[in-house]
Every structure is written in structure tokens, then in C-alpha cells.
Design a protein around this ligand. Structure first.
Ligand code: PHE
Ligand code: ZN
Length: 876
């Protein structure tokens, strides 16, 4: 077999044939589903008459093929691994085909598959070609009429996109339902679900008075876990009307929960399909974090109805057109429904850990890639999260009013079309009058820009000189980088007054906060009339996705931590301060020198606990040290053991020095109120639980008792899970074992809770965890075929830094074994699982050798194109 070949953006050609209307009939059967398609096809004016018709199709058995009712003979067409080719077709015709496929054997979870006996589909990006022969590309948009035939007993519920138009009984215990979707859509938005499902219903009246019926379909035992998702949906529908003027456009909106799903959820027109983990939530089984995730994902998929469905992508290189914009929309929505600064802190701290790592590794790619082998490998943090950061920069550059006008223009001009990133940015440029030419480089240039900043206060003239220098490191295939247009939100905080100073730049009075535009490699900004020596507060609210270096002293950082008017930068100052202390301790650990705690960090924390900021959720974030993964990102060579030891040392030093303060914080934030996922309650719980973590880090006797009490009280999953994690991660087996056992027995029937049980155990810092992973892989609740189980057990273990990176290489070997097995079952998940191994360059020589040898072992297998692409890049 030849190696998989890349597809290039520069090779894009518009389709030669369009499908104007699609009629499908599914006769469902686990092993032999029959799909009949009737496609109304037209040649494009731009295509010549001898252009062959090429349809995509994979793993299909073709049983019949007719043009305008006439069967084709074997000489008229060719079928290959990739699809069907018909040399001569009329300018306008109907093509009928009949194929057979086996949903029960589909473990890749792309196309039509079975999950817990229920039929469901996943077509993005290129899954529709596993359902029928079709031009499987997003720029072919068609209306659909779908007939679903199933077993009345086994599949009482038969769903597809759009509006239900007819249903009835058939012979032999079969029945059918017919659905019509009047909105032309690309086939990646097609969906079908059939099974023994139960629904909760609600209604939403749109601004213009359209009555929409809302349905959430789940398996019977999950009916009690639907309330939060339904509430989130209604909030999202209202928000999109208020923020973007976008209304829903069908009479029915459905969400279905399925157990086996590769991603979080999918925005199929009128019939969103969700991973059950991304939609089900109940106080007894889901944490505050899970409640917030559900709200965010429900909103995200709903928002796609406009940013993705009504206006879609011309080709998959434009993926960030819909994903970056939609993530930005869901982030703004969640910021409004929860604590806005905390939402930003959480998003950025995840981004700077995970996306920065991706951008610095061998799979780094631009937000608009120019080639790929396997598109499913490009549903990445770069496309989604960096794409959202770019849209956020656009919004900040042009201002909300122009941004909203630009969005209106975009939706109006391109409704019903498949378009490009330029089309989107052009609308913003037109609405604002701004030249966004240089800005477009954000889409084509990979890698995280680094900014070296330094400043000088000139007392004599009352001037502050701020010099910024930018550079973007080389990434694979992109050595030379050009300067980007980087918006830097900033203020100057007076060291005497503690206030933001009035800013004057080039004679212009800019108020107390401004955005400066860095466009050159190096620029100096001279602020005049600066009355006192300032500390600059740069990149406020993380105004651009860059690494900003400024030689802050620890005193500067302690000052910003309490005085900065920007909540995000107050938090960031605390993180920088902690990082300086951690750096010293990492060095001390490596050199075998005694570790000494930096008293300035202790005092900064003491101040925080004494004059607590009003927002408890922000305080909880400020009291949380940078994660081991984030610390690792800051090191030239990652020393996992030194990082772990240094971070533990800081935690324990803080806990010892501030034990009484943490105890008081814990006590002050306990509550017996009935659980609600409100911002106030969530803030209070997270602050209380941060305090408990510190107390448990020194196994404070009273702290241990409180932790056991919190676990036993069973008040809500947030508190129970947090207490369980602390008990299990302590060095005391007398605390860990009984709690694990109680929890495991209590929740054996609930797979989503068992996932948490798996994750907690395999995240322990103790070295015998590797054996626990192997033991749990044989647990009856585990299955390699279910992506959630794989992520909860194997994925979580690979995040356990000290244990995954064991010096004997056993952690790497275990991951490689799983990848090799999954490569056959579910290539998409297998390819994602490799990620930690691809980062081998970041580690010491010994680990590099071990990691590479596991990658090479994977490379010797017969590989799916998904795994092939990732491994090739990692070893290049
Ligand atoms: N388009 C989905 C989303 O972001 C993600 C997804 C991609 C789901 C591919 C399944 C397959 O909302
Ligand atoms: Zn999306």
C-alpha cells in the first residue's frame, strides 16, 4: 500500500456538479443496513460536458446504480477504495444508488454506527462517504428528504434533521418516519438517530414570535440528568438573539445524548448529537466544572446554527471560520452567565498550557493550514482556541459595534453559502474601515509569537519609554516568519498612587487604558506627562495569544497582584510571582541544594487571604499555583521530577505558613444550602476546596477529618469528588482505599461517574499507578471501544506527569500498546492519544530515546492515515 498523500489548499477547485436535492431511505439493520439515495444533480456552468462525475464512498457495498431510472452497466462506472466515478453524465439528472453497510461493526464511530444498541451518525468531517456515494465536501449544499425505517420494538424513535412530515407502520413489526430539511446544507451536517429513546420537551418563543419546540432525547435512566442542558439551551437561544440578532429557523430543535462519541458534540442541523458526558448533568453525578462545560457546549452547538450551518466553510482548510468564531461566541456567552474574569482566567490558563505546547511541537500548524493528510487530525486547539483568540483580537481591534455590524454583514451576504476566512475578515474590514491586511498573517503563520518588552521611566521629562520586540519561532515547514499585527491592551500603574495613570502617546490623550498596535519587529512607544514612576500592566485580559516577557521584579509583581485594575492581570502577576519562586526551587532540586521558600510569595498569599477580593471565584484562581504542565511549558528542558517536587514544596510551605488562614477560609465557605450551579455557589465551593487542598497537602489532622467528613456527607459531586481526589492522592492508603471502594461500589451503574473514578486513581502521584492502570483496563466498566473510557483512564494517565514519564519507559510503552490496538478500532482517537509522545524534544536525553523508540514501534505497524500522519510528523 502506498503512503497516504496530503491534500493542498492551493489545489482547491469548485465542484463540477451540484446536488440540489437529496432523498435518502434507510432500512436499518445492525449488520446489513440498506441505504437508497436519489440525488438530483446538475453540472455547473463552469464545468465542461465531458467532466466525469466523482462521488466519495468508503466501505460501502454497491448493489444498484441508475441514471434517470436506467440501470448502469459495469462498464459505465468504476468503484475504488475512495469512491465512484462515472465517465459520462447528462447536464442534469437523477442518480439512484443502493448500498449496504454494517453499523454494528463500525468502531471508528464515523458514518452510521451503533452505540448501546441505538443507531446514530457522525458525518463531520468526512463521514457521509461511509453512508452513501456522494460529493462529500462542504461546498455542495442540498435540501434533504429522509425516510428512516426501523424495528418498532427496537427503534421506537426515528429521528433525522429538519421537520417531521409523516410516520406510519409497515409489515413485519417495522415502522417509518419521514423528515424534511428545507435549508440547503452540506452533507457533514446530516444526522439520523434511531433507538429506544425518551424525551423531555420545552418551548422557546423567538423574538419575532416563532414557536420552537425543544426536545432532549436520552436513554430512560438519564431522564433526570437533562434539566441543566435544557436550561442552557434556552439561555443560549436568548443570548444569540440579544447579542447577535440571530433567531432559530426551524419549528423543532432536538438534542440527543449518545454514549459512544469521538468528540464533545456535533451541530447537525436541527438535530445536535452530544457525547453524553457533554450534556448530562445532575448535582449527585456531575461537578460544577461539568455543569459549566455542559452549558458551554450546548451553547456552542446551538450557535453553530448560524456560524457554521447557515453560513458554512468552503473547504476544510477554512475549519476555523466556523470553529474559531463559534468558540469566541460561546466564551462570551459563558462569561456573561458566570464570572467573566474567571472564565477568561480559566480559558487562558488552559490555552497557554495546551495550545502553546501544540504550537511549539512537531504538529504545529497555522489556524488555516495549507495542507493535511487526515482532516480529523486538525480538530485542534490551534483551529479552535487560537482561532477564537484571533476573532477576539478582531473584535477588540474594531470595537464591539463595528464587530457586530461586520457579523450582520457576514450573515446577510453569505447566508446559504460555503465561504472562506477572507470573506469573514473582509466583512470586519468593511464595517470598521480598518486595514486588516497584515492581521491576516495570524491565519497563515504557525507558532506562538514572543514579545520581549522593556521599559524605562525618565524622571527628568516625565516620560515612560516602552520598547517591544516581537519574534515568532520557526515551526515545521515554516522557517521564516513575518511580523504580526499585535494588539496590546495596557495601562501604567503609578507606584505611588497605585492608580492607572492618564496615558498620552504622540500628543494624544488616551485615557487610563489603551491598546497599542505592535506591527514592526521592534517599536518604542513614548508616553509623556507621566507624573510618577509606573509599573506597566501589559497584555491586559490577554489581548493577544502571545508570550510576553518583561523583567518584572518580585516587588513589581506583588504590587500588581493587589493594585492592577485589570482582574486578569492581577491573577497573572500572581502566577508570574509564583513562577519566579518555582524556578529557583526547580534549580535547587536539580542541584541537590536545600529548598528555601520565597517569603514574598507567602506574604502575597497572606495579603490575598486577609483582604480577599470580592469575587471568590477569582480568589480561588489566585490561590491556585500554576499546574505542572504549565510550569513545564516555561522550562527549556522539562524535568518532571524537579517540577513536581518544587510545586509540592511551595504548596506545603504555603499550607504550613498559612494554615490557620486556610482553615478559616474553609470554615467561612462551608454551606448546607441545596446545590445549585449558580456563580455564587460555584465560587464559594471552589474557594473552600482550594483551602482544603492546602490543608491536605500537609495532612493536617483537622484538615483530614474535614476532608473525610466532606466525602461522607455526600452533599454534591463537586465536594465529593474533590474530597475523594485529596484522599486518594494523599500518601495514606488508609484514607485512599476505603474511599475509593465506597465510591466505586456506589456508582458502578453510572459510566460517567465511573470515568471520574478511573481518572482520580490514575492521576495519583504514587509510583505504583502504572500497575493500577493495567488492572483497571481489565475492569468490567472499562472498554477500549468507548472514547470516554479511553480518555478517562489512558488519556488521564498520560497527563500524570511523574508517572507517565517514568524513567523505565513503562508509561510510554503502555500508551504505545493502546495506540497500536486503537489504531485498528478507532483511528481518530488513537491519533489523538499519541499527543504526549510527540512532545519528546522537550525532555532529557534518556526520555527522548525512550519516547522515540515507542513512536518507532508504532510506525512499524500497518497504520491508519490518522496515526500515520501524527507519527510521521513526530519523527520528522
Ligand atoms: N463540529 C463539532 C463542534 O465543534 C466538533 C466535531 C467535529 C464533532 C468532528 C464530531 C466530529 O462543535
Ligand atoms: Zn464547533
Amino acid at each position: 500500500m502506498s503512503d497516504p498523500q496530503p491534500v493542498y489548499l492551493s489545489d482547491y477547485q469548485p465542484p463540477a456538479y451540484r446536488v440540489t436535492h437529496t432523498e435518502l431511505t434507510f432500512d436499518l439493520d445492525p449488520a446489513a443496513t440498506r441505504v437508497k439515495a436519489r440525488l438530483h444533480i446538475e453540472r455547473q456552468a463552469t464545468a465542461s460536458a465531458d467532466e466525469p462525475l466523482k462521488l466519495d464512498g468508503e466501505q460501502l457495498t454497491l448493489d444498484a446504480l441508475l441514471i434517470d431510472g436506467n440501470p448502469l452497466s459495469g462498464n459505465d462506472y468504476q468503484v475504488s477504495d475512495e469512491g465512484l466515478r462515472i465517465e459520462q453524465v447528462p447536464a442534469r439528472f437523477t442518480l439512484e444508488s443502493e448500498v449496504q453497510l454494517s453499523p454494528k461493526d463500525n468502531t471508528a464511530l464515523e458514518g452510521l454506527y451503533q452505540s448501546n444498541g441505538m443507531f446514530c451518525t457522525q458525518c463531520e468531517a468526512e463521514g457521509f462517504r461511509r453512508i452513501t456515494f456522494y460529493p462529500d465536501r462542504p461546498d455542495v449544499m442540498s435540501t434533504f428528504k429522509v425516510t428512516v425505517i426501523g424495528d418498532r420494538e427496537r427503534e421506537p424513535v426515528l429521528l433525522a434533521n429538519g421537520n417531521p412530515v409523516e410516520q406510519g407502520d409497515l409489515e413485519n413489526g417495522r415502522h417509518f418516519a419521514i423528515w424534511e430539511d428545507p435549508h440547503p446544507k452540506p452533507c457533514y451536517l446530516f444526522a439520523l438517530v434511531a433507538g429506544d429513546l425518551h424525551s423531555v420537551g420545552d418551548r422557546f418563543t423567538t423574538r419575532s414570535g416563532r414557536e420552537v419546540s425543544l426536545q432532549l432525547w436520552v436513554e430512560q435512566e438519564n431522564l433526570a440528568k437533562t434539566e441543566h442542558a435544557m436550561g442552557s439551551l434556552k439561555r443560549a437561544m436568548a443570548w444569540d438573539e440579544q447579542a447577535y440578532g440571530r433567531e432559530y429557523d426551524l419549528d423543532l430543535f432536538m438534542i440527543v445524548a449518545v454514549n459512544d462519541f469521538n468528540m464533545g458534540a456535533m451541530e447537525n442541523k436541527g438535530l445536535n448529537i452530544f457525547n453524553s458526558a457533554a450534556v448530562l448533568a445532575h448535582p449527585d453525578t456531575a461537578t460544577d466544572g461539568a455543569f459549566q462545560t455542559v452549558e458551554g457546549i450546548v451553547a456552542h452547538e446551538y450557535f453553530h446554527n448560524w456560524s457554521g450551518n447557515r453560513v458554512t466553510c468552503r473547504d476544510w482548510f477554512q475549519l476555523s471560520l466556523k470553529e474559531g468564531f463559534t468558540v469566541f461566541r460561546d466564551q462570551c456567552f459563558s462569561a456573561e452567565t458566570n464570572s467573566a474574569p474567571v472564565k477568561r482566567i480559566q480559558d487562558v490558563s488552559f490555552f497557554r498550557t495546551a495550545q502553546f505546547a501544540e504550537d511549539a511541537g512537531p504538529t504545529a500548524h497555522p489556524v488555516r493550514p495549507d495542507h493535511y493528510i487526515e482532516i480529523t487530525n486538525f480538530y485542534t486547539l490551534t483551529i479552535y482556541e487560537k482561532g477564537a483568540e484571533i476573532v477576539r483580537m478582531l473584535c477588540n481591534l474594531v470595537g464591539w459595534d463595528a464587530f457586530r455590524q461586520g457579523a450582520d454583514r457576514y450573515f446577510a451576504r453569505f447566508d446559504g453559502q460555503a465561504v472562506t476566512i477572507e470573506d469573514f475578515v473582509d466583512c470586519m474590514a468593511e464595517a470598521s474601515g480598518l486595514d486588516l491586511g497584515q492581521f491576516m498573517r495570524w491565519y497563515s503563520q504557525a507558532g506562538t509569537p514572543e514579545i520581549d518588552a522593556h521599559g524605562e521611566y525618565d524622571y527628568a521629562h516625565g516620560e515612560y519609554h516602552l520598547t517591544l520586540r516581537q519574534r515568532t519561532p520557526a515551526t515545521p515547514g515554516q522557517v521564516d516568519k513575518e511580523p504580526l499585527h499585535i494588539p496590546i491592551a495596557m495601562g501604567l500603574v503609578g507606584t505611588k498612587s497605585g492608580q492607572d495613570l492618564a496615558l498620552t502617546l504622540d500628543g494624544n490623550k488616551l485615557g487610563k487604558e489603551t491598546v497599542i498596535h505592535l506591527r514592526e519587529d521592534e517599536q518604542t512607544f513614548v508616553f509623556t506627562d507621566v507624573a510618577e514612576a509606573p509599573v506597566p500592566s501589559l497584555l491586559r485580559n490577554f489581548s493577544a495569544p502571545v508570550k510576553l516577557h518583561f523583567p518584572y521584579s518580585r516587588e513589581d509583581l506583588a504590587f500588581l497582584l493587589t493594585q492592577d485594575s485589570d482582574g486578569f492581570n492581577r491573577w497573572d502577576a500572581g502566577q508570574r510571582l509564583a513562577m519566579l519562586a518555582l524556578d529557583d526551587l526547580i534549580a535547587a532540586h536539580r542541584n541537590g541544594v536545600e529548598k528555601v521558600m520565597d517569603s514574598r510569595v507567602v506574604e502575597a498569599f497572606r495579603t490575598l487571604l486577609a483582604d480577599a477580593p470580592a469575587d471568590k471565584a477569582v480568589l480561588a484562581e489566585m490561590l491556585t499555583l500554576p499546574s505542572e504542565a504549565y510550569i513545564a511549558e516555561q522550562q527549556p528542558i522539562v524535568d518532571v521530577d524537579a517540577i513536581h517536587a518544587a510545586r509540592e514544596f511551595v504548596r506545603q510551605s504555603l499550607a504550613m505558613a498559612l494554615r490557620d488562614e486556610f482553615m478559616a477560609t474553609f470554615e467561612a465557605n462551608r454551606s448546607s444550602e441545596p446545590y445549585a450551579p449558580t456563580p455564587e455557589q460555584i465560587a464559594q465551593r471552589s474557594l473552600k476546596n482550594v483551602a482544603l487542598s492546602y490543608l491536605m497537602s500537609i495532612e493536617d489532622e483537622q484538615g483530614v477529618a474535614l476532608c473525610e467528613g466532606q466525602f461522607a456527607a455526600n452533599h454534591n459531586m463537586t465536594d465529593v469528588r474533590h474530597a475523594l481526589t485529596l484522599l486518594v492522592h494523599s500518601d495514606r492508603d488508609d484514607l485512599a482505599s476505603p474511599a475509593l471502594k465506597t465510591f466505586g461500589e456506589k456508582w458502578a451503574h453510572d459510566p460517567l461517574v465511573m470515568d471520574q473514578w478511573f481518572t482520580i486513581q490514575v492521576s495519583r502521584p504514587q509510583p505504583e499507578v502504572i500497575d493500577r492502570v493495567k488492572y483497571l483496563m481489565a475492569h468490567p466498566a472499562f472498554s477500549l471501544k468507548n472514547p470516554n473510557r479511553v480518555r478517562a483512564l489512558i488519556g488521564a494517565f498520560a497527563q500524570n506527569r511523574v508517572n507517565f514519564h517514568r524513567l523505565d519507559g513503562q508509561g510510554y510503552a503502555l500508551l504505545a500498546d493502546v495506540v497500536i490496538e486503537l489504531n485498528q478500532l478507532n483511528p481518530e482517537i488513537a491519533a489523538r492519544l499519541i499527543t504526549p509522545l510527540t512532545r519528546w524534544q522537550r525532555f532529557d536525553e534518556t526520555r527522548q530515546v525512550l519516547m522515540r523508540s515507542e513512536l518507532e514501534r508504532i510506525q512499524r505497524e500497518p497504520l491508519s492515515s490518522n496515526v500515520y500522519e501524527v507519527v510521521e510528523k513526530a519523527l520528522a
